[in-house]
Design a protein around this ligand. Structure first.
Ligand code: G3P
Length: 229
């Protein structure tokens, strides 16, 4: 894994929220950078593809793509080449987000292609069984996110602790080096603390930060509870 990325990790997915696109993406990236520097906690961001290169010019926080295609270059119109994501300044990528699902064989290839070009892979899963299946593919990280809780403000770490706990157990049994994150509905520092208590090494979060009135305050509280849960 690139030395920029360490755990515990807060990874902020910008999705296609207007509050985190274009100029707003740069503004949020600067806030993330400030939290990272002030707290010493690793805070990463996953902006839209087109925002990766400009943001890489202004922050040193680890940047992730939201998706890559399982390809190695060639005639693939409209696809996203892992190598180009790396060249744009990202150090990692989400794979198989519930809003951008892939087939299992494609997840496997996307992990391999990402590794080949030096991108840390964070594969999203929806439950413990899928997490165990994905662990066999040996990604760098797995982020378990029950889709029904995404964007609801109902935190996975409090509403479905068994899914998180069982995912940690299943993944670590398969390969103790795979880092486990959880996400969906996380909006409060207590949700972050609960996630850490369940054995995860960080959180994947979107609306709770992107749509917050004061993302700096929210992220700073997250960072504090990440280390003092
Ligand atoms: O990738 C993170 C995401 O799917 C969780 O979304 O808005 O529930 O934090 P949210």
């Amino acid at each position: 894994m690139p030395s920029k990325i360490n755990t515990p990790l807060i990874l902020v997915n910008f999705k296609t929220y207007r509050e985190a696109s274009g100029d707003n993406a740069a503004r949020l990236a600067r806030i993330i950078e400030k939290v990272r520097r002030q707290t010493g906690v690793c805070v990463g961001l996953a902006p839209q593809f087109v925002d990766i290169a400009p943001i890489a010019q202004i922050v040193s926080a680890p940047i992730f793509a939201q998706h890559v295609d399982p390809i190695d270059g060639g005639s693939f119109t409209g696809h996203v080449l892992p190598q180009s994501i790396r060249a744009a300044g990202a150090v990692g990528t989400l794979i198989n987000h519930s809003e951008r699902r892939l087939r299992l064989a494609d997840i496997d290839t996307a992990i391999q292609q990402s590794r080949k070009v030096g991108l840390t892979s964070v594969v999203c899963t929806n439950n413990q069984a899928v997490s165990a299946a994905v662990a066999a593919l040996k990604p760098d990280m797995i982020a378990v996110e029950p889709p029904e809780l995404i964007g609801t403000g109902v935190p996975v770490s409090q509403a479905q602790p068994r899914v998180v706990e069982d995912t940690v157990k299943a993944v670590k049994q398969m390969d103790p080096n795979i880092i486990v994150l959880c996400g969906a509905g996380i909006t409060k520092a207590d949700d972050v603390a609960a996630a850490m208590k369940l054995g995860t090494e960080g959180v994947l979060v979107a609306s709770g930060v992107v749509k917050a009135k004061d993302p700096f305050k929210v992220l700073s509280r997250f960072a504090e509870r990440l280390t003092t849960h």
